[in-house]
Design a protein around this ligand. Structure first.
Ligand code: SF4
Length: 205
């Protein structure tokens, strides 16, 4: 096996074949790997059960590949938890060798040690993103929980590269309160787009 053996196994909370519901790749079938472990501590986190890495079984990257190969899509999404808490290069290399395109979803709070084709940074107020990760982002996805989050979104947007796609996404439990303001904001600031959690509408993981 190629790569750093130390990360040839990773704690996996869940893995599933589904439709990417959010952001730039919304609507695209993908094999998801949700890694366990996150120390960012967002109050509204909807996957708090991911936080404790030791609560999740450690799986070999080879076994993850073999499972992913059973499905027709060659698009892998690595999420968490906070996947950047791990050296993801062995996982990425193995999947790349087998024809996968790889997207990573991260808070940006940790150096990203990976070989990804698409980096989606969703920054969190609870642990600021690193400048180097923001610069590498292909997609900035800011979750809007409160109307004050628009100015915070702009503070983040100045840190990304000029060709990074910008998305505002209502926090799911605040959807009804926030969506009208998000629509108004995007209409007035057209470099932003709206991202919706469409997987929740079509009821897939
Ligand atoms: S970074 Fe993601 S997984 Fe971690 S606490 Fe925040 S929302 Fe939850």
């Amino acid at each position: 096996m190629s790569g750093n053996n130390s990360a040839a196994q990773l704690p996996v909370m869940e893995r599933f074949y589904t439709i990417q519901g959010e952001g730039f790749h919304s609507g695209r079938p993908a094999y998801f790997i949700r890694l366990g472990g996150c120390e960012v501590g967002c109050v509204w986190c909807d996957v708090k059960q991911s936080w404790d890495a030791s609560a999740h079984p450690v799986r070999s990257i080879e076994s993850l590949l073999q499972e992913a190969l059973q499905y027709p899509s060659r698009f892998l999404v690595i999420t968490g938890g906070e996947p950047a808490q791990y050296d993801l290069r062995p996982l990425c290399r193995l999947f790349h060798e087998n024809g996968f395109e790889i997207a990573i979803e991260t808070s940006g709070a940790y150096p990203l040690v990976a070989e990804a084709d698409w980096i989606c940074v969703s920054p969190k107020k609870f642990k600021a993103p690193l400048r180097e990760v923001m610069q590498a982002a292909d997609e900035l996805k800011v979750v809007v929980y409160h109307k004050s989050d628009f100015s915070w979104a702009e503070e983040n947007a100045v840190q990304v590269s000029p060709d990074c796609r910008l998305y505002l996404q209502p926090e799911y439990s605040r959807f009804d309160e926030q969506i009208a303001a998000i629509i108004d904001y995007v209409k007035a600031h057209p470099r932003w787009k709206i991202s919706l959690q469409t997987h929740k509408i079509i009821d897939v993981p």
